[in-house]
Design a protein around this ligand. Structure first.
Ligand code: DX5
Ligand code: ZN
Length: 224
């Protein structure tokens, strides 16, 4: 890959110290984070519970970084407006939670947000072919959603490559994001496969030097 390709580094707050979100966001920002990833879990679609619109609305006052909301919730269409009002700039829903995915994507866009669609590790990405022309971003999960700190699933690299190929063929402007187990080593492999937006939780907030971890992840991902 040519080194000049612009990568978007997106720290996931799931791995941050929740008692000091203000400080942790400031440190991620100091390291050059491009967006912030907000993992919303409902204890139903995934076996964990995190936070919802009120927390996001409070965080919105702390930073102007774009908010990348990853909704791991059933019936996400019921809450799109609340997440948009709270300050989400990109709203990503799971393919597995949306029987009327096209309608849900249109609803996100009608709220003025960018629309993302996500696939679990076991969901073939070709199932997105009918909506690829409608979305702004595809998110390929490289772990089973629900928890931070899990190991990257190696077959995700091939899946990212397949997604990149589909995007090239249908709508080259669609962003390709990867989430789960992204660190200096795995970041490079998914970037080589075509990912340009990298979510990372533990590799950033688990580090004693958060700004440094953002910078080293970017360097490693760029292959520099
Ligand atoms: C997992 C979440 C991820 C998680 C990634 O369900 O969607 O965003 O925070 O954390 P790491 O980078 O630690 O795997
Ligand atoms: Zn996520």
């Amino acid at each position: 890959m040519e080194k000049q390709v612009k990568l978007t580094i997106v720290p996931s707050l799931l791995a941050a110290d929740f008692a000091d979100l203000r400080g942790q966001i400031a440190q991620a920002e100091a390291g050059g984070a491009d967006w912030l990833h907000l993992d919303v879990m409902d204890g139903r679609f995934v076996p964990n519970i995190t936070f919802g619109p009120p927390v996001i609305a409070s965080l919105r006052r702390l930073t102007s970084l774009p908010f990348d909301a990853h909704l791991m919730i059933v019936e996400p269409e019921r809450f799109l407006e609340a997440f948009r009002e709270a300050g989400a700039d990109i709203i990503t829903v799971h393919y597995e939670t949306c029987p009327h995915l096209h309608r849900t994507i249109q609803a996100i866009k009608a709220l003025g947000a960018k629309a993302g669609v996500c696939v679990n590790p076991a969901t073939p990405v070709r199932l997105l072919s009918a909506v690829l022309g409608d979305v702004d971003m595809v998110l390929v999960m490289s772990v089973n959603p629900g928890f931070g700190g899990q190991s990257f699933i190696p077959s995700s690299v091939q899946k990212v490559a397949e997604t990149a190929e589909m995007i090239r063929a249908v709508k080259p402007g669609v962003m390709l994001e990867v989430d789960g187990g992204i660190d200096a080593r795995t970041a490079r492999s998914v970037v080589e496969a075509g990912a340009r937006v990298l979510v990372s939780g533990n590799a950033i907030f688990g580090s004693p030097d958060i700004p440094g971890a953002v910078r080293s992840l970017r360097k490693a991902a760029e292959g520099s």
